[in-house]
Ligand binder design. Structure first.
Ligand code: AMP
Length: 227
């Protein structure tokens, strides 16, 4: 078997360890801060509807470390898994307002899912407490429900909007480009789509807001319902 030159062995091994490290921690470039409209989440949920909580305000879905090449990655990285004991009573009461489970009443289970799937991939920047505190602060900094209400965009069973109608007031308020995610309208799959999520983007350290790249989220040229 061919042997590595001793002078090459160290750099080759170091590079291999570096690659393993990057793959296990999950590298990311920026954060997507994802807020959702609970009635749409509930409408499309496969969980028993008697447990749904279709709150009439935008709530947090998650803070996702992301890459431009594959916006849904990174996920399920190695590292410390969710520890409910690290959620202080003060933080818990804040998250119950900003980050509720709307498919059942088990908020902790939803926080655990989001931390284990997404938070573990940015642990080098935000530990578990910082991840949840920072997310709550982001939620507090822009009230999407009020921003839309002030632009006369309120839930309606009949009215439809263009993507830019909804994007524009959020862009004005935050001074950055958000992006919207929609779900197919089960009642009118060809004529309309349902507003589901509003994404605001942050830099690597989750401190500075940046423009989002519009990725697949809503269909072009299909009107959007917000109900
Ligand atoms: P993710 O894995 O972060 O992409 O989130 C998707 C999963 O989270 C799906 O199973 C959704 O049904 C669930 N989900 C999204 N929002 C909520 C919420 N507010 N409460 C409970 N489950 C949710």
């Amino acid at each position: 078997m061919a042997m590595l030159e001793p002078s090459l062995a160290f750099p080759v091994l170091a590079f291999a360890f570096f690659l393993c490290f990057i793959m296990s921690t999950g590298s990311y470039v920026y954060f997507q801060f994802v807020q959702q409209w609970p009635p749409t989440t509930c409408r499309l949920s496969s969980k028993p509807s008697n447990q749904h909580r279709p709150l009439q305000r935008f709530t947090i879905h998650g803070l996702w470390p992301s890459n431009y090449s594959n916006p849904r990655k990174s996920s399920n990285c190695n590292g410390l898994q969710f520890d409910a004991r690290k959620v202080s009573p003060r933080l818990r009461s804040k998250l119950k307002i900003s980050w509720p489970n709307v498919e059942s009443d088990n908020d902790t289970k939803f926080w655990e899912h989001e931390w284990n799937k997404h938070g573990t991939c940015s642990q080098e920047t935000l530990n578990q407490t910082q991840f949840f505190e920072r997310s709550h602060d982001m939620w507090m900094s822009y009230n999407i429900t009020n921003i839309l209400k002030n632009a006369s965009i309120v839930p309606s069973a009949t009215q439809k909007w263009k993507y830019s109608d909804i994007e524009s007031p959020i862009k004005t308020a935050t001074q950055r480009t958000p992006f919207l995610r929609c779900k197919r309208d089960p009642s009118h799959p060809n004529n309309s789509q349902l507003l589901h999520e509003v994404v605001i983007c942050y830099d690597y350290k989750a401190k500075k807001q940046i423009d989002c790249n519009r990725t697949a989220g809503c269909w072009n040229n299909v009107d959007i319902k917000f109900e």
